[in-house]
Design a binder for this molecule. Structure first.
Ligand code: FES
Length: 391
């Protein structure tokens, strides 16, 4: 289930906090526990994210390995931190990893590698968490397993018990699974046919429409995005988003794009015709991306994702009307720094939702990192942290 919200169930004196896909902060998790009568019987947490970064990016192998390892680790650490601060009776690493059954994306199944993949499976996550929080009770579940909240007894489903994420078992399993799902995958292709003539004109009209939705987003994006659209009626097209508006044209050979997005025309056509949202395309991983400089632009993704004026206005209001007056002090390498309490990105409470390491404040909500000396966000385009050394 993908819902972007946590659920707290309390019944008959038992409580379950379902935090999968919810980006719960430690403060929210503690509050949920308090609401449940200061006891959580089960807390399910997302130990494996579902994100196209770095998986769909065109990184050299060594950089991809490094980014994947850091993605795994930051997810595990954030689960560890939430569990440590919430102390449920039983913590359950949940979700992921994805697997890819369609030949177009089957190359991405390397992300399942138990040691080097970008996503952690529940077996690996449970082992890691048990090792790092030995006093805490962890377990993971498979389809059909049941847990008795009164006795703590777990009954394992006999069919699911035969399944393992282990590397050696993976390829034959995926082959069988892909064969089983082949008719459904063929159905997806049938529902999203190759585009007809005039794809460029529809593409240009779409971005001109998006560009008219929010001047604020255009100012924040201010970049050239190149689309390489493969297949019939495709081409290489530049979308320039700037405070002056949006212009779309054939790629200019001497222009250097900040983002390059490569995908098949059939998926672009589906977005343009409203069968699919940009976010669906991104999360389908049926595209590859490159960016230079390698800095995330939250507003570009936000514009594609929300694509309607009221939602963009709500984001603008949130970002421009925030109260920056509340400040906290953090320490690094013998120095003391004054920083705002709330993250400049989306308002995570940095007093509990950040770690300070290597001279940077790492916000754990979406992993933006801010240099303490300058306040600059080093891995995304975001407002300055306005940090100040005070001792
Ligand atoms: S709130 Fe998103 S990185 Fe801090």
């Amino acid at each position: 289930m993908c819902h972007d919200a946590a659920f707290l169930f309390v019944a008959d004196g038992r409580s379950v906090l379902h935090g999968n896909d919810a980006r719960l902060t430690a403060a929210q998790a503690r509050r949920a526990k308090h609401l449940a009568g200061d006891r959580l019987d089960v807390m399910a947490l997302q130990a494996s994210g579902a994100s196209w970064h770095p998986i769909c990016y065109e990184y050299p192998a060594a950089e991809m390995a490094e980014l994947s390892a850091s993605k795994r680790m930051s997810k595990l650490r954030s689960v560890q931190r939430l569990v440590r601060q919430t102390a449920p009776e039983l913590a359950v690493p949940f979700a992921g990893p994805p697997c890819f059954l369609d030949a177009e994306v089957a190359r991405l199944n390397w992300v399942l590698d138990q040691k080097d993949g970008a996503f952690c499976d529940p077996e690996v996550a449970t082992d890691w968490l048990r090792e790092h929080l030995p006093a805490q009770h962890f377990d993971h579940f498979k389809p059909g397993d049941s847990l008795d909240l009164d006795t703590g007894e777990i009954v394992r489903d006999p069919v699911s018990a035969g399944f393992t994420f282990a590397d050696a078992a993976r390829d034959p399993y995926l082959e069988r699974y892909a064969a089983d799902r082949a008719p459904h995958i063929a159905g997806v292709f049938a529902e999203n046919p190759e585009p007809g003539p005039g794809l460029f004109d529809r593409f240009a009209a779409h971005f001109e429409y998006l560009g008219g939705l929010s001047d604020y987003f255009l100012r924040q994006i201010a970049m050239l995005v190149r689309f390489e659209v493969t297949g019939p009626h495709g081409g290489t097209w530049d979308v320039r988003l700037s405070p002056d508006g949006v212009s779309v044209g054939e790629a200019a050979p001497d222009a250097r794009p900040h983002y390059r997005i490569t995908t098949a025309g059939r998926w672009v056509e589906s977005v343009l015709s409203g069968r699919m949202a940009w976010e669906d395309l991104l999360i389908s991983f049926r595209l590859s991306l490159y960016r230079d400089p390698d800095v995330y632009n939250d507003h570009l993704v936000g514009l594609l994702k929300h694509a309607n004026a009221p939602a963009l206005q709500a984001v603008e209001a949130y970002e421009t009307e925030r109260d920056w007056s509340e400040r906290i002090t953090v320490e690094w390498d013998g120095g003391r720094y004054d920083i705002p309490r709330y993250c400049p990105h989306a308002g995570e409470d940095l007093a509990v939702g950040a770690i300070v390491r290597d001279g940077r404040v790492h916000c754990l909500a979406h992993n933006f990192s801010f240099d303490l000396a300058t306040g600059v966000c080093v891995n995304a385009r975001a407002a300055n942290l306005t940090s100040r050394r005070i001792g």
